[in-house]
Design a protein around this ligand. Structure first.
Ligand SMILES: [Zn+2]
Ligand SMILES: [Zn+2]
Length: 280
């Protein structure tokens, strides 16, 4: 029996940030969740480019990408995901309704002049899209996925990925408002790892109400309420330096010992979450 794991290719929110102050990771949202041969990509931010290079070198030749939503920072890696240009590669992109246009039309519009030189109709690989329902539950290979609609200026979806009694929840670009979100508490109940939007500090949040993002403190409260041992602070503000991120991580650990800031290249195993929380 294989174990569930997650690898981080992009951890930044809003826009990629290169620079020596941002070594925790400058690329925007992109993760890979694995269980045995099943590999699911979550979001297509700029981190997707590196994952695409890896897939060209080692496979697999079939990629499934689940998008939380279609904001730029979550799709800007798609035009630079090499498999979509190469015959023999298949890429499926799935997400929930965006309230404006069918998902296929939205993805097509990313490959259009005058914004990009390669038209959707000229992609060499096989690219397909699938529109999910807001509260869908379905399987991809050995992983069962449950969705929930979260709180953001445009519709955004959280994903719970389960395999062999282990589970990882991905909830980014969501605002907590004044109490623990009951929808998220239900989605995350009893999970091993919660990856959560921590764009703002509690001090910054009052001037950002309604912008659709959350804080490490709201993440810690949610993790406690849902009984999740390991909280992963994610979607770091583009201005957040390595030093600030370390301070935030320390503060979060006083609330929840298993809190950790997401960093590019990091790999976490669901089976280790409990131990990581008690050993911290
Ligand atoms: Zn975002
Ligand atoms: Zn967003």
């Amino acid at each position: 029996m294989s174990d569930l794991s997650v690898r981080f290719f992009g951890v930044r929110g809003s826009i990629p940030v290169p620079g020596s102050e941002f070594t925790a990771g400058g690329n925007t949202s992109c993760l890979e969740v694995c269980a045995g041969d099943t590999r699911i990509i979550l979001d297509a931010g700029s981190g997707l480019r590196v994952l695409g290079n890896e897939r060209m070198a080692k496979g697999p030749r079939h990629s499934t990408i689940l998008l939380s939503h279609l904001h730029w920072d979550h799709v800007c890696g798609l035009p630079f995901f090499t498999p979509i240009y190469v015959p023999g590669h298949r890429v499926e992109i799935a997400t929930g309704p965006n309230g404006v246009m069918p998902v296929e039309a939205a993805i097509q519009s990313l490959f259009k002049a005058p914004f990009f030189p390669v038209d959707y109709s000229q992609l060499g690989g096989t690219l397909t899209t699938r529109e999910l329902r807001a509260n869908d539950r379905f399987e991809i290979g050995d992983i069962t996925i449950t969705m929930a609609k979260l709180n953001h200026p445009d519709p955004v979806y959280g994903y719970r990925l389960e395999h062999a009694g282990q589970s990882i929840v991905y909830a980014t670009d969501t605002e907590h408002y004044s109490c623990v979100d009951p929808t998220l508490k239900k989605l995350a109940a009893g999970a091993d790892i919660l990856i959560y939007d921590s764009q703002y500090t509690p001090e910054e949040y009052p001037s950002k109400v309604g912008w659709g993002h959350s804080t490490w403190q709201a993440g810690a409260e949610l993790a406690k309420a849902a009984g999740v041992p390991q909280l992963v602070l994610f979607h770091h503000d583009p201005g957040r330096t390595d030093g600030e991120l370390e301070r935030i991580e320390r503060a979060a650990r006083t609330y929840l010992p298993g809190a950790v800031a997401a960093r590019e290249g990091m790999v976490l195993w669901a089976r280790d979450a409990e131990r990581a929380a008690t050993a911290a």
